[in-house]
Design a protein around this ligand. Sequence first.
Ligand SMILES: [Zn+2]
Length: 103
Amino acid sequence: MRLRSNDNVLITKGRDRGKRGRVSKVLPKRGRAVVEGVNVVTRHQKPAGAFRQGGIIEKELPLPLSNLMFYHEDCDSASRLGHRLMADGSKARVCKSCGEVIE
Ligand SMILES: [Zn+2]
């Protein structure tokens, strides 16, 4: 899995299965990613000092990468990612369903 921030993903497992969202943060060490609007929990938080407001807050919890699949908007499908070596020696990510280079 080579997801990055701002990638679109499809949730393939769990409570939010079938949802789509944008990756806001990848946590490689934990093998997880935060997806906007997905896996939202409400926390009832007590105020703690000036920086933490009390009340009910909504928070996105990171999801395991294995529950996510890259979603390619250009070809409108959930896809695996491949790599392609470009002419200049850099590596680019490629959508395996349409073969297009991503970004
Ligand atoms: Zn594609």
